[in-house]
Structure formats: C-alpha cells, structure tokens
Ligand binder design. Structure first.
Ligand code: SF4
Length: 711
C-alpha cells in the first residue's frame, strides 16, 4: 500500500487587515492550498474571517505579471531583468544628475513586508538623499502616527489585544470593526457573551454591522468627533472624574487642553446639538466613561481620514490621559491599523517625515546616527512629499520619476483624475506589482513582477506591535522577484553599496541592530521604546522559526528575547480646537460623501476580486443613502445614480442599507476601472488633507446624487 506523505502546514500571517491573524497554509495533493487559522497565534488563536479563509482562492496565476516589461514605440514588450533594472537605475540616475534628488520619488504600500520597506527607505533617504518616499499607509493611519507622536513623544500604541478581553467598556469610534477588523470584533463579541454587563459604545455616523453589538450608538454628524471628545474631557474635569495623581505626575499640558475644550464644549446640550445626537445618549456615554475604570477606546479610519484627523486622535487620547487609562490592563486608546504591515512600515521609516527605527528627520542627532550606522554617502535632511502632495508635484513637473510599489494610486488616492494627469505627464513611471493589468500599471514605462502573498518571505507588524513572519509556501511564478531584492538590485546598479543582502533575514537583522543602536536617544521612556535588541543576530534559523512577539523586544536575564505587552509612558495633553471639514455641503453639492470598506473585499480588489465566494456578499459598487434623500433627489433603490463632486463623478446602484443618516452618502472604496462597474470612488474624493498628518479627508466630500438610469 502506498502511503501519502502528510502535508506540512506552513505558519504565516494573513495578507489583509491590521489584526494580523496567524494562518496555516497546507499545500494539497490537487495543487490547492488549505487555509486555516493558526491556533497558536496570539492575534486570532485559530480564528479567521471570511476574507482570510478565502486566501487560498486568490493564489492562482490569472492576471499575474510574470515578466518585466518595458514601454517602447509599439507599447509594452517583455524584457529581461537586466534591461528592466538598467532602465530604472539609469532613468533615476539621469534625472537625479540633471534635476537633483528631489526630482525622484517612491510611493510604496502597507502591503510590503518590513524588509522591503527597510531597503526602500534606506535607498531613498540614505543614498539618493531625498525623503520623497511615502506610502499608502498615509491614507489610513498617518493621523494616528501624528497623534501618538504629539501625545507620547513617539509613534506607539500603548495597549494590546488582550485589553479587549479585560475591558469593562469598549468604545469603537469611527470603526466598523465587524467588517474591517472582523476577528478582533469577534473577540469583543465573545467578551460580551462572557460578561454581558460590559458596555460597548459605537461612535459612527452610520448604523453599521458593528452596532449589532452596541449598547449605545452615537450617530454623530460627520466631522464632529473633536466636539464629542472635548465635551467628554470637559465633563470629566467638571465631575471630578480625572485621575489627579496620574495627571500631576505623568502628564503635561492638561490645563491648556481643558481650557480649549471648555471654550466650545463645556455644555453637553450644545455638544449634543453640534454632533446631532440625543442629549440623553451623549450624557449616558459621558457618565459611563467617567464611572468605568477599564475602558478601551479603539478608533480607525472614521477618525483618521479627516482634515482634523490628528486632533480627533488627540482628543481621544486626552480623555485617557485625564483618567490615567493608558497602557494598563483593560484600558487605553487603541489605533486599529488598516493594512497588514502599516505598523512595520512605520518602524523602518516608511513615511516621508520619518527616519528608520522611529527616528526623526528633523533631529540632527538621529540623522547622524542613521547615516553613521548605514555608512551612507548622504542623509535626507528635511521631510519629503506626503502622498497627495507627491502626486501634485509629479503633475507640476517637480518630480519627474516615480516608482510605485505594491499599490494602486489610480484607484485609492483622492482626486484620482489628478493622479491620472500626473502619471500621464511623468517622464518615468516604474510600477512593481503582482498583477499585469491595474488602473495604475496602464501608465507604467517599466513594469517589474513582484512576489505575492504565499511566495514571499519576511515580517509584518500588526496593530498591537506584534511582529509575525510571513512565510513562503509557493514557488516564485515566472520571473517574479521579492520586492526587497528588486530594490537592492536597482540600488546596486545605481552604484550604491550597502545593499548586498542575500536573504530577508539579513535585512531584518540590520533593522533590529539599528533599532537597538538608537537606544539612549530621545527623552524619557522613548529612549528604549523601540528596542529590538532581543531580535538582533537571529540568523537564518532563528528568523525562520521566529514566533510572534511584541516590540520592544529586549534580552531578558537569560539572554532570551522578551516582548512587551503594554507600554506605560505618561504623555502630553494636546489642545484640540474643533473645526469643521474643509469643504462644506452647498446648494450644488448638498450631501456629504463617506467612503469605506465592505466586509469581503480588500482595497482595489486585485486579489479578493479573484474569489467568487467573496463577491457573494456585495456583488457591485453601490451608493447608499437615506430613503428621504433618495426621494428628494429623484433616485430609487435598485436603479442607477450618478454621484458628482467638484473633482469627478461615478455611477453606481442605489441602495438603502438602513444605516445612514440624512444628508450623508456612502460609496465603497474597492471598485476600480478593471471591474464590471467602474466606480472609482477616489475620483470623487476631495484632496483636502490634515495639515499635521497629510491624511486625506476620505470621510467628507460634498456631492450631489442624480438619477442615471435603470439598467
Ligand atoms: Fe485577515 Fe484581518 Fe480577517 Fe484576520 S481579521 S483573517 S487579518 S482580514
């Protein structure tokens, strides 16, 4: 009798959201891949959501970019890696020589692994000598980064997922966790099952699926979160609910923040009026927050994606500082990151205003330290262009070469028609991607085939600072290469040393050593906050067998690596004067467009669009509005409507999801020019950004809605 070998499961990490679930991928005899949750991973303990479970359906080679391509007179043609790398290196080199380093830029992605991000950042900031590298993470959590830095002196999430198990009250602000962070939401649902007395509060203009768990839903008027949380700060002070000892010994700036909050938000009736919530509900929230010790306030894109996103984040953190609820079991402010490696990118300086190892571009000591460590010929000395500004600079001809890696800005950036004008004008557009045909690859002069999930090897960091391995279990298709390798090969062809890495673990080791090197810089507990000393010198085997671990990771008394669940650091109150969204509704554009995800799709659908079972939930783009507004503007459920803003328009089918308040419209972000219904919501979205973080205002663009047809 022939005995079949038992297939070996490979332990890896999900490709999608910032929950960062552990996955077991088991190759099957028929060539398929069986996907299960990893019971040993602390983020999910074996659970997966629908998207994660369907990962195996997205791994076929349909539509994959398998060979480098170059644009010639007759359009795109297949090329060798030698030709393609030379074209990129020479093209970048010539533009830098003629126009200076600021004339080139990289635009990267929270889909990249930490190792990819690390070498991209090193190339741009340490060798080319500009900080023009930004990421699509700018679009989802940069307001949290800026808010953390203002409050804690560093970009740090103080708490961990375990706090959701221990809390007596969970506030979800601007977060449809049921759809966008499903496994974490299930964790909160289990908490409610176990302890029904735990109070769940949802702050969201829409009545989303997350509200099914809510004891209290505050359907705030879009853009009014700062009023709500300033009002809470004022209430806490008035009711004597602050932790005076903590505020006195661990914080600064309380009086100034409270004074600003009291200007407009001291009267709960006035706050309720501005936020358009029932006064009784508002007071119920304030009373419960004041009376409950263990409160976790989790927030996501509804808070971040705003022209006042950083202030919204700080208005939340202020309330936790006031009550001393930071970095202790069962309590704390908690930023839910959107992408699988938004956090890892931040660790290695993947934003235009940061250096590697969470160091600061505007800090001379940090710049010198990084340059010395890299032994690099130069170091960028001022912040680069943030995402929206970057593509404006491309259109203005200031940036003449852009390398887009693992992202689809033609769909995902605001004012997408402007992005198209920019790419049409750009002298050299390089795109590294796994897919051959996206809205963005259409504008490439050079296309570089990258490895996808299941093929590449590296690390990601989730919302709770947990570093996990993504491991390869599939062979590289065609001529596709790891992103880190492509970046290093371009760097070497540009004549730069410092990129002779032979494997991902060598890059991770350099990252860990730089993080431990920086110890001693910064103030107070920031000095050792980013330490990865416990992960330096892992070697190939140690890296391959690395278990999930939360940073900082230090060496314990026995020399073993020890992670850190919570960081208790005190902080700084930030005065947050409330202000309205940049563009107000008008007679021409009377409705406020809100955008977001649906449960079973991911970003621009280049991967989830391959899995038929994921289309079963929502099959096409839609425009959701209140039935009264539909009546008012002459559109009917099931028919098509045109949605128009000052920046563009799209056509989608009308639905009344039942969760939207009057005056608002919701359109999902996923549909693109390659799908049956071309409904790129980015074409509508205002390019207004938060002045501190540069994060776009995806949650508030004035639009009008008109009848389009019935097909
Ligand atoms: Fe993947 Fe997020 Fe779903 Fe977990 S919750 S399986 S990380 S998409």
């Amino acid at each position: 009798m022939k005995i079949s070998p038992i297939p070996l499961a490979v332990r890896t990490t999900c490709a999608y959201c910032g929950v960062g679930c552990g996955v077991q991928a088991t190759p099957q005899a028929d060539g398929g891949i069986l996907i299960d949750g990893d019971p040993s991973h602390p983020a999910n303990k074996g659970k997966l959501c629908v998207k994660g479970s369907a990962l195996g359906d997205t791994l076929d080679l349909r539509g994959r970019l398998l060979h480098p391509q170059l644009r010639g007179d007759g359009g795109m043609r297949q090329a060798s890696w030698d030709e393609a790398l030379e074209r990129v290196a020479r093209g970048f080199g010539e533009i830098i020589a003629e126009h200076g380093p600021g004339a080139v830029a990289l635009y990267v992605s929270g889909q990249l692994l930490t190792e990819d991000y690390y070498v991209a950042n090193k190339l741009v900031k340490g060798y080319i000598g500009t900080a023009n590298i930004d990421t699509n993470s700018r679009l989802c959590m940069s307001s949290s980064v800026a808010g953390h830095k203002r409050a804690f002196g560093a970009d740090v999430v103080p708490g961990c997922y375990e706090d959701f198990d221990m809390a007596d009250m969970v506030v979800l602000a601007g977060s449809n966790a049921a759809w966008c962070h499903p496994v974490l939401f299930q964790r909160i649902a289990r908490l409610k099952e176990r302890r029904p007395e735990v109070m769940v509060v949802v702050v969201d203009p829409r009545r989303t699926a997350t509200c099914e768990l809510a004891d209290l839903h505050l359907p705030v008027r879009p853009g009014t979160d700062v009023w709500l949380f300033n009002g809470l700060l004022s209430y806490l002070a008035r009711e004597g609910a602050m932790d005076a000892a903590y505020v006195g010994s661990r914080t600064t700036g309380m009086a100034a923040a409270l004074a600003v909050a009291n200007i407009d938000c001291a009267d709960p009736m006035e706050v309720a009026r501005v936020c358009r919530v029932e006064p009784a509900k508002l007071l119920a929230f304030y009373r419960a927050f004041a009376a409950t010790g263990k409160v976790v306030t989790a927030y996501s894109q509804g808070v971040n994606q705003s022209s006042a996103g950083t202030d919204k984040v700080n208005s939340i953190i202020n309330c936790h500082l006031a009550t001393g609820r930071i970095g202790k079991p069962g309590m704390g402010p908690f930023s839910l990151t959107g992408q699988p490696n938004a956090m890892g990118g931040r660790e290695v300086g993947g934003l235009a205003n940061m250096l590697a190892a969470h160091m600061e571009l505007d800090n001379q000591e940090h710049r010198e330290l990084v340059q010395r460590f890299w032994n690099s010929p130069r170091i960028a000395d001022k912040p680069g262009l943030k995402a929206v500004d970057l593509f404006h600079a491309v259109e203005q001809g200031k940036v003449k070469a852009v390398w887009i890696i693992g992202t689809n800005p033609m769909v995902s950036l605001p004012d997408a028609n402007q992005v198209q004008r920019a790419l049409e004008k750009c002298a050299l557009v390089v795109v590294s991607d796994i897919m051959a045909s996206t809205d963005t690859t259409a504008f490439a002069d050079v296309l570089l085939p990258a490895l996808g999930w299941g093929e590449k090897d590296g690390t990601v960091t989730n919302s709770e600072r947990c570093i996990s391995r993504q491991r390869a279990f599939l062979p590289a298709p065609g001529e596709a290469r790891a992103d880190w390798k492509i970046i290093c090969q371009v760097a070497q062809r540009m004549g730069f040393d410092g990129f002779g890495f032979g494997a991902a673990h060598e890059i991770f080791d350099e990252h860990a050593r730089l993080s431990s090197w920086r110890n001693g810089t910064g103030e107070g507990c920031v000095r050792r906050m980013f330490d990865l000393d416990g992960l330096a010198g892992l070697g190939a085997h140690g890296y391959d067998t690395l278990e999930p671990v939360q940073w900082p990771v230090r060496r314990g008394p026995t020399g073993a690596a020890e992670g850190t669940r919570r960081i208790e650091c005190g902080g700084r109150f930030v005065p947050t004067a409330p202000r309205a969204p940049v563009h107000a509704a008008s007679a021409e554009y009377p409705l406020a467009l809100n955008t977001g995800r649906v449960r079973d799709q991911w970003h621009t659908m280049t991967r989830t669009g391959k899995a038929p079972r994921l289309a079963g939930h929502v099959a096409e783009a839609f425009v959701d509005l209140h039935p009264h507004d539909a009546l008012l503007y002459g559109v009917r459920e099931g028919e098509l409507a045109r949605v128009t803003s000052a920046w563009g328009s799209l056509v989608a089918r009308v639905q009344h999801g039942g969760g939207i308040t009057r005056g608002s419209v919701f359109v999902p972000i996923h549909w693109n020019g390659q799908t049956a219904s071309d409904a790129r919501v980015g074409a509508l979205v205002s390019p207004a950004v938060d002045p501190v973080s540069g994060e776009p205002e995806f949650k508030h663009t004035p639009v009008r809605v008109e009848h389009f047809g019935v097909s």
